[in-house]
Design a protein around this ligand. Structure first.
Ligand SMILES: Nc1ncnc2c1ncn2[C@@H]1O[C@H](COP(=O)(O)OP(=O)(O)O)[C@@H](O)[C@H]1O
Ligand SMILES: O=C(O)C1=C[C@@H](OP(=O)(O)O)[C@@H](O)[C@H](O)C1
Ligand SMILES: [Mg+2]
Length: 174
């Protein structure tokens, strides 16, 4: 199904953006891009090693650059990193060029999904404390979206179907 605008997934780490985005792209038969994967391709290193070598600010610059480039292309399912909402320019671009669907999940479910994960530099160490602090800092930004979908207790497949039915009215305008 052709999209008339980007379908952008935002939300905290572990809410399932990357997983659900893949299912959405399959179900809608449309192209998919993940901003983290694009950053990794551009810098030719993993996000963890980019954070370790250059720090978060350099990652954020790459993230904004990649978002701008992705959103200037044809409509796609766009999965983002959880911190993309931190910059106002990113939030503005996403709201004006796409439908923004924010995924959420209960804190305990996030911790369960992310347990033992070593690929997310911001959660290394005391993950519970870091999740709580970052959720608190970002809560307002995540609310700035067209739809908020709670994924707690749902399979990725169920979440993808819920996203599709939420935006169905808009699809029929295509
Ligand atoms: N709805 C879900 N229920 C259970 N586990 C999930 C769900 N969505 C994602 N996961 C798992 O949680 C982890 C993080 O998912 P991921 O898609 O990478 O999240 P994000 O991109 O939002 O950080 C993965 O191990 C994934 O398999
Ligand atoms: O929330 C964040 O600041 C981040 C989320 C990660 O993406 P996911 O949300 O896909 O895990 C990745 O962009 C990076 O580790 C920073
Ligand atoms: Mg992801």
């Amino acid at each position: 199904m052709p999209l008339s605008k980007h379908l952008i997934l935002t939300g905290f780490m572990g809410t399932g953006k990357t997983t659900v985005g893949k299912l959405l792209a399959e179900k809608l038969n449309c192209p998919l891009v993940d901003t983290d994967a694009e950053v990794e391709k551009s810098v030719k290193q993993s996000i963890s090693s980019l954070f370790a070598e250059k720090g978060e600010a350099v990652f954020r610059d790459w993230e904004s650059r990649v978002l701008k480039e992705v959103l200037s292309g044809p409509p796609r399912v766009v999965t983002t990193g959880g911190g993309i909402v931190l910059r106002q320019e990113n939030r503005r671009m996403m709201r004006s060029l796409g439908w923004v669907v924010c995924l959420t999940a209960d804190r305990d479910e996030l911790l369960h999904r992310l347990k033992g994960d070593e690929s997310r530099p911001l959660l290394q160490g005391n993950a519970r404390q870091k999740v709580e602090q970052l959720l608190e800092e970002r809560r307002g930004y995540y609310r700035d979206s067209d739809w908020v979908i709670d994924t707690t207790g749902k399979t990725p497949e169920e979440v993808a179907d819920e996203v599709i039915s939420a935006i169905q009215k808009e699809f029929s305008q295509v």
